[in-house]
Design a protein around this ligand. Sequence first.
Ligand code: CA
Length: 221
Amino acid sequence: MTMSNRTLNLDDTLYEYVLGHSLREHPAQSALREVTRTHPGAGMQISPEQGQFMALLVRLIGASQALEVGVFTGYSALSVALALPPEGRLLACDISEDYPKIGRPYWREAGVEKKIELHIAPAAVTLAERLAQGDGGRFDFVFIDADKSSYDTYFELCLQLVRPGGLIAIDNVLWGGSVARPATDPDTLALQALNRKLHHDERIDLSLLPLGDGLALARKR
Ligand code: CA
């Protein structure tokens, strides 16, 4: 017996086993993942098991108002929207319409297009506008997955937008493992600084999950 009391490294065989024994994708999710697979930015798409995990979180906390910073081709938005109740809404922020428009037909196919409000503008501007409009504390679930140098700005704005007990999920916080080594590039430095800050941030409960490229879960106290 080879039990492990720390997180396993997944080789290809074990990873295929995990997917083969747990993945429950809507056909539109599989189809969107397939069209994104050949895209030059395909590495930016979250893994299907991460999409399913976030959908579970959305259901666990009973989220109805969700927010996404960084849409890419819309797989995570689709995963979250499918988990929201019929009256639920996802405010999806991106600076470019080029990538999200790839996903929109699949949002439609899955019957969740109306739940997703795509907002094309710098997310920091959109989030500040929402705060000014009185949307502070209105969101239940947030997913941050955009330019890493702005993560701290997004986190601070989202922390005001989310309700106490709401959840902020932050993607790529392990950054291929580079956060654990000395770094000079701006993205790694920004992620290292955010991880240091989150560790002792008294405003949140924290879990840094080695799922995908590292997913930080911050529950607002
Ligand atoms: Ca990501």
